[in-house]
Design a protein around this ligand. Structure first.
Ligand SMILES: NC(=O)c1ccc[n+]([C@@H]2O[C@H](COP(=O)([O-])OP(=O)(O)OC[C@H]3O[C@@H](n4cnc5c(N)ncnc54)[C@H](O)[C@@H]3O)[C@@H](O)[C@H]2O)c1
Length: 339
């Protein structure tokens, strides 16, 4: 039987794409998700266990029942803005949740971990961030991702785990076959929000800040196609660091696009203008975050091949057009109501 990989957060955007890629590559994904923010209907590859990562017993039971040999840990709260209002929730889900997962891994003898970290650990952004730069998050979200990395590093040296933290830049796009796209209960990401606005399914987009020191004043980000990201997880699983070692690798395209350039690409793809208004900067948003992706290229042979902005936007638009109706408004049931 193929090796089972526990995919926490596998009912979310990146997790569902990763589970699909794992199954295609011959692994056995076991999705573990509370459905606080994800959706059951995107768990189509492998088994599903509904549970909360803060529940160590539930994790142990899932690891034992499914004979899990490695973990991809994506489950987290992810909204930077919310993290500035409710950092307590982020410490609980993202750090206490990661501690619970690590204890379960040690108890069940599961030695390998791939962790969803973020460019947010760098804090003050600039072009071509490399992994040797000091980390200095400027949001509570980034603080909790960095704390997760440090906790994992300590578990590696104490208990002989081997872990790769993938520091994703901005995940975006949709699978070319149209099976999976980006849709959250509380959407805050630029590309899906802009497409909703352009199609008239959502309110005009707010551009947070037009006075950053970038080429047009709007925030500059590195966008990485979700299929490229999914492939990075497979590469990390296939080639882990030695037992006892932790490593952090950027996963980005190595090029940045401003918010206004992304909007222009969406206008072109849809053949209509995206309505938007300029708002103030958001707390916790740096001017620029662009990856230097050389380390992951050298270490794992991974490079972005689908992360051209126009391809990202076209796949996202195609997936959203196929649905061609407003998504039903749903209440996000989980994290906010559970401090
Ligand atoms: N989307 C991005 O651009 C981006 C960038 C950098 C890092 N990341 C990281 O990647 C990971 C996945 O992000 P995403 O964009 O797919 O987010 P998402 O919100 O689509 O998915 C997160 C999933 O985690 C689940 N979850 C949350 N708290 C949980 C808990 N306590 N127990 C069990 N499940 C829980 C949610 O139900 C959801 O399915 C996160 O760790 C995020 O911090 C994302």
């Amino acid at each position: 039987m193929s090796d089972a990989v526990l995919v926490t957060g596998g009912a979310g955007f990146i997790g569902s794409n990763t589970a699909k890629a794992l199954a295609a590559a011959g692994w056995r994904p076991v999705v573990f998700d509370s459905l606080a923010g994800g959706s059951r209907d995107v768990v189509r590859w492998g088994e599903f266990v509904q549970g909360d990562i803060r529940d160590e017993e539930a994790l142990r039971a899932a690891m034992t029942a499914h004979k899990v040999t490695s973990v991809i840990h994506l489950a987290a709260l992810t909204e930077v803005g919310l993290s500035m209002q409710r950092p307590d929730l982020f410490w609980d889900h993202n750090v206490a949740g990661t501690a619970s997962l690590l204890r379960a891994m040690v108890a069940c003898g599961v030695p390998r971990l791939v962790f969803s970290s973020s460019a947010a650990v760098y804090g003050r952004g600039r072009d071509l961030l490399d992994e040797s730069l000091p980390t200095a998050p400027v949001s509570a979200y980034g603080d909790t991702k960095l704390a997760g990395e440090r906790l994992i590093r300590d578990y590696c040296s104490l208990f002989g785990l081997s872990a790769t933290a993938l520091r994703y830049f901005n995940a975006a796009g949709a699978e070319a076959d149209g099976a999976l796209g980006e849709r959250r209960e509380r959407e805050t990401h630029l590309i899906p929000l802009a497409i909703e606005a352009a199609l008239g399914f959502g309110p005009p987009l707010t551009v947070f800040g037009d006075d950053f020191p970038t080429r047009d004043g709007s925030g500059l980000r590195d966008y990485v196609h979700v299929s490229d990201l999914a492939r990075a997880h497979l590469a990390a699983l296939a080639d882990p660091p030695p037992a006892g070692r932790f490593e952090a690798l950027n996963v980005g395209a190595g090029a940045g696009w401003t918010v206004l350039e992304v909007i222009a690409a969406i206008d072109r793809a849809l053949g209509r203008p995206t309505p938007y208004v300029i708002g103030p900067r958001r707390a916790g948003d740096p001017a620029a975050l662009v990856a230097d992706p050389r380390r992951i290229r050298d270490r794992l042979g991974w490079r972005a091949t689908e992360s051209d902005l126009h391809h990202i936007v076209e796949t996202a638009v195609r997936w959203r057009r196929e649905a061609n109706q407003p998504f039903p408004a749903r209440v996000w049931p989980g994290a906010l109501s559970k401090p």
